[in-house]
Design a binder for this molecule. Structure first.
Ligand SMILES: Cc1ncc(COP(=O)(O)O)c(C=O)c1O
Length: 458
């Protein structure tokens, strides 16, 4: 969040190369009276951006940091088109619809159902919209029986956006805590938490904290049993922000999607393993019946009657086009190859980390390319800070209750993180640990990686 800045003692920007062209100071927190030439403005901002981390070394984020030049060309060509202007840019609208169809089918929506969906800015917007629809549907189910206290049941492994939804849209959040050693949803405890006011249960396919998969099939079976015995018909929304573009390719047999009766809506981030730059997510409903008509707005001021179900009206269309590019360019085989490569690099990294003898993996069954690990011997926060000094962005954090004493580091392995980069990270980690007085190995020796001893290159 950005707050008011006091006008500081140093009121003006001091640039590096751009300062060659300065004829007057440029204020930091006020709009300057006069502008500057485009080259100066460019250089000034370009210089400042050098202070950001290097996206290629950002192992913290799930979000895509590399796309092919052809995709970038399409992005540039679509930058000036507003996605909402479907009348003006009908083909962009057609492309959005094609992607919705592709994803609904990827998630096994049935042909006899009228599946619907929309592009969003990311999974956060998709989750908010999905849950709003469940709130409205629940209200309808409860007509005449009291609709004052809706609740939402989730595991503590959900992303913060679920908490945001509950607070922003006035729904009680019932959180099933984690336990040390169990960092996914406990289905037995969900059974105890749900009731007739539960708008839906959330499940995560690839948790933000450890990259693990919630047991969606088990959850579905339990809810079906409840439906049979107690007449409670509680839907599941699957947050497949990171897993939605991985699991269908890595584990096609795993049932987590619309094949399961209670799964009614799914979100996925196009900008994570959909391999698109930031700014696109997707929300898919199994059938139009789960998206209450009251929530769809029809506007005619763009030249024709257009249906919208989004939080924001205007938004860029470039990332939607880029998503379509990836789907055509890679196909299922290409997505599978990328997913398998990321996963094998993640498993490689995990094995080498374990071999260092200092770290403990939070779980050894790595199903998505996310490696999380803790240590009893080193301060993970200090290690994270020192790695940052070498350019690597590896976040350290603690897990939610009741596992709040577990402090971990997380590496999200993306397409650009090669085996070579894994070796370099391990090597830098070994050196950093030694600086911290925690090198387990002999003097001057760098940890054994990639099957060879790497000697120091000066
Ligand atoms: C499981 C999960 N859900 C939701 C989100 C939010 O997604 P977005 O950043 O696309 O809004 C994230 C982001 O990392 C996530 O990991």
């Amino acid at each position: 969040m950005l707050s008011k800045k006091r006008i500081p003692v140093r009121k003006h920007i001091s640039a590096t190369y751009a300062s060659r062209a300065f004829t007057r100071p440029i204020p930091r927190y006020e709009i300057p009276e006069d502008g500057v030439g485009p080259d100066v403005a460019y250089q000034l901002i370009h210089d400042e951006m050098n202070l950001d981390g290097n996206p290629a070394l950002n192992l913290a984020s799930f979000v895509t940091t590399w796309m092919e030049p052809q995709a970038e060309r399409l992005i540039m060509e679509s930058l000036n088109k507003n996605l909402i202007d479907q009348e003006e840019y009908p083909q962009t609208g057609v492309i959005q619809a094609r992607v919705v169809n592709m994803l609904a089918r990827l998630f096994h929506a049935r042909e006899q159902h009228e599946f619907v969906g929309t592009a969003t800015v990311g999974s956060s917007e998709a989750i908010m919209l999905g849950l709003l629809a469940h709130k409205w549907s629940w209200r309808k189910r409860r007509e005449g029986k009291g609709t004052s206290s809706p609740n939402l049941v989730v595991g503590a492994d959900v992303h913060v956006v679920w908490e945001k939804f509950a607070r922003y849209f006035d729904v009680e959040l019932r959180v099933i805590p984690m336990e040390k050693g169990r960092y996914t949803l406990d289905v037995d405890r969900v059974r105890e938490a749900v009731d007739e006011n539960t708008i839906c249960v959330g499940a995560v396919l690839g948790t933000t904290f450890t990259g693990q998969l919630d047991p969606v099939k088990e959850l579905n079976d339990m809810l079906l049993e409840l439906k049979g015995h107690r007449g409670l018909d509680i839907p599941i929304h699957v947050d497949a922000a990171s897993g939605g573009f991985l699991v269908p390719f890595l584990y096609p047999e795993l049932q987590w999607d619309f094949r399961l009766e209670q799964v009614k809506s799914i979100n996925v981030s196009g900008h994570k393993y959909g391999l698109v730059y930031p700014g696109v997510g997707w929300l898919i409903f199994k059938d139009r019946e789960y998206l209450p008509e009251d929530l769809i707005f029809y506007v005619n001021y763009l030249g024709s009657q257009e249906a919208t179900y989004t939080l924001n009206f205007s938004r860029g269309s470039a990332m939607v086009v880029a998503q379509y590019y990836n789907l055509l360019r890679l196909g299922r085989r290409g997505y599978r190859a990328v997913a398998q490569s990321c996963l094998s690099n993640a498993r490689y990294l995990a094995e080498r980390l374990e071999e260092m003898g200092i770290f403990r993996l939070t779980h050894r069954d790595i199903r998505l390319p996310v490696v999380t690990f803790s240590s009893d011997e080193v301060d993970v926060y200090e290690l994270s800070r020192r790695l940052r000094g070498r350019g690597w962005i590896v976040p350290a954090y603690n897990l939610p209750p009741n596992a709040q004493d577990v402090n971990i580091l997380r590496v999200v392995v993306k397409e650009n993180f090669s085996r070579d980069m894994a070796d370099m990270l391990l090597s830098h980690m070994g050196e950093t640990l030694k600086e911290m007085g925690r090198g387990k190995r002999g003097d001057g020796e760098i940890p054994r990686i990639g099957g060879q001893i790497h000697t120091k290159i000066c």
